[in-house]
Write a new protein. Structure first.
Ligand code: NZQ
Ligand code: ZN
Length: 382
């Protein structure tokens, strides 16, 4: 095992009725001003907004709203939220949504307390913010990213055409009520769950090949994710499967699987840049890219692929594992080609060249890719 220090700052309140049961107590320890942040309005249609507002009012909070956080949140939206947080002197930012709302708010909390531009500080100067952020709480309405239990945030700088990982405020608490996800569109449920599967696979395929308890836990998370996704294919409203997926989502990205090992995450790097250029859905982008990426690296980690194939899909051989993953993606009805993804621009070979050339090449996977190979992978997905 690699050396490690493990510490976690997020208190998790899980289950039906978690907000009513736990939020009042948590709020009693916070100051009076709350910035209530959400996305395009789903929380106003499914009752979550009313329920939370009632709890906030009963706790005597002054609520300012930060609405309209889009999927793949932009740097401009972060600045809007930071200004609102300053104006209302927020003591707490309550992020209600999926990964996009939570990520946006992580950086809002850090940006609101400094005049220094955090994009420049983190992405150009590679420094961490020095001022403690405004406390953040997350109420998850769409699971999959695991954003509720980590300090990473993925933000799109539209001007620079970079979708980059930033580090700021991990939520102090997270409310995980599977009921809150029940009105999520079917495709988003499955895309989010595939993102969880991807996180566990990307962690497992890190360069370190030594036997590691984290790998065994990762394989269990992958297996559980696949089993519960298959349950949802039969009944998308299965509450137990939704609950299990909500927790595997957090498990895959709360650091537990990364303990004592290095991680891969090259497929995420490619997908993030694809997102920067096209605004595609994150989980769906990963579904298209993963089989193609794995066909490129399967010969560099045959034993690990074979083990994954056996444990997760009950198939033999390293190529069998990649084939089983590709078949599972089809079984779920997730996209398998770039042309099936949402895109704000036409996806041409020229565009893919730009995506490839701007992709971060990480040294931690079974083999480090080149920009040309990333381009090949992308073209194979056309
Ligand atoms: O905006 P609203 O109206 O709320 O609609 C959202 C959005 O359209 C909808 N939705 C959410 N909860 C709902 C609901 N619709 C009905 N009922 C509900 N209960 O779902 C849509 C997608 O939401 P979004 O937050 O964009 O999806 P997701 O959770 O997949 O987050 C994706 C973002 O997270 C980043 C991705 O890159 C992407 O930007 N990631 C964050 C990570 C992290 N911080 O650890 C790791 C991931 O690898 C990922 O990169
Ligand atoms: Zn992801």
């Amino acid at each position: 095992m690699e050396n490690f220090v493990y510490e976690y700052p997020t208190k998790v309140c899980f289950g039906k009725g978690a907000a009513k049961a736990h939020l009042p107590g948590i709020l009693s320890a916070c100051g009076p001003n709350v910035l209530l942040a959400y996305g395009g309005g789903s929380i106003k249609k499914n009752g979550v907004y009313e329920e939370l507002l009632e709890i906030l009012k009963a706790a005597g909070k002054t609520v300012t709203e930060f609405a309209g956080i889009m999927s793949n949140p932009t740097w401009v939206k972060v600045q809007e939220g930071a200004q609102l947080a300053r104006d209302c002197k927020a003591d707490l930012v309550l992020a209600v949504g999926g990964g996009s709302v939570i990520d946006c708010c992580k950086i809002v909390c850090a940006q609101a307390v400094t005049d220094e531009e955090l994009w420049d500080l983190e992405m150009v100067q590679h420094k961490a913010p020095s001022v403690p952020p405004i406390p953040l709480g997350a109420v998850v309405t769409a699971s999959g990213t695991g954003a509720e239990m980590n300090g990473g945030a993925v933000i799109t700088n539209e001007e620079a055409k970079i979708k980059g990982g930033m580090f700021a405020a991990a939520p102090r608490f997270a409310i995980l009520d599977p009921e809150y996800t029940m009105r999520l569109p079917r495709m988003q449920v499955l895309s989010g769950a595939f993102d969880t599967l991807s996180h566990a696979m990307e962690t497992y395929f890190g360069r370190s090949d030594r036997d590691n308890v984290s790998d065994e836990v990762a394989l269990a998370v992958m297996h559980s994710t696949v089993v519960n996704m298959r349950t949802l294919l039969k009944d998308i409203n299965d509450y137990t499967a939704r609950s299990n997926l909500m927790w595997t989502s957090a498990m895959a990205e709360n650091g537990i699987l990364k303990v004592g090992r290095v991680t891969d995450f090259e497929c995420h790097q490619i997908e993030h840049q694809l997102g920067a250029y096209t605004d595609c859905n994150h989980g769906q982008g990963l579904a298209v890219l993963h089989p193609a990426y794995y066909r490129h690296i399967v010969k560099d980690a045959p034993e690990k692929f074979t083990k994954l194939g056996k444990v997760v899909f009950d198939v033999d051989g390293s190529d069998g594992a990649v084939d089983a993953l590709a078949a599972f993606i089809q079984e779920c009805g997730l996209p398998t080609r770039l042309s099936q993804l949402r895109s704000k621009v036409e996806v041409t070979p020229e565009l893919l060249r730009q995506v490839a050339d701007s992709t971060n090449l990480l040294p931690n996977g079974p083999r480090q890719l080149t920009h040309d190979e990333v381009y090949e992978i992308l073209k194979e997905c056309l």
